[in-house]
Design a protein around this ligand. Structure first.
Ligand code: AMP
Ligand code: ZN
Length: 138
């Protein structure tokens, strides 16, 4: 058993406001919601992050998101949602157990996501080249 709060939520050692559960995934309310009804979807097995999670479990998370998200829209009368995943501390990942955020959104919620930057002349292609060196053979 990992010393992991989400693993403790899975086994019921830590309380949570569960909204959906199946054999492999669990969805519960984020304790500090970006908008109210913000849901976290986790695998029941412990994996540190997206890269450590086997594809089969990732698929299960996405399928759970696809099942729940339309219900959230109805239940909360939301207009849309963001799906988020923080991978690594630099991205803001605090809990080292894979979790997707489903954040209900409203036309008038006034939430602003990140600002876009701009590329200088030629820089966008340089970035493309830099990345393609590693992705092209995938
Ligand atoms: P992240 O920054 O992606 O690691 O997000 C972790 C999320 O887990 C944050 O949004 C926290 O508010 C949420 N969180 C932490 N502890 C709990 C808990 N016991 N129950 C529900 N949500 C939690
Ligand atoms: Zn865990």
């Amino acid at each position: 058993m990992h010393d992991c709060i989400f693993c403790k939520i899975v086994v019921g050692e830590v309380p949570s406001e569960k909204v959906y559960e199946d054999d492999d995934t669990l969805a519960f309310l984020d304790i500090s919601p970006i908008t109210k009804g913000h849901v976290l979807v986790i695998t029941k097995k412990h994996y540190k992050d997206l890269l450590e999670t086997p594809s089969s479990d990732l698929e299960k998370c996405i399928l759970t998101i696809k099942k729940i998200a339309p219900k959230l829209l109805i239940a909360l009368e939301a207009d849309g949602f963001n799906i988020g995943l923080n991978n690594g501390e630099a991205s803001g990942q605090v809990i080292k157990h894979i979790h997707f955020h489903i954040i209900p959104r409203y036309h008038n919620d006034n939430l602003r996501m990140w600002e876009g930057q701009s590329y200088q002349e030629g820089e966008m292609k340089d970035y493309g080249d830099k990345i393609r060196k590693f992705t092209i053979e995938l």
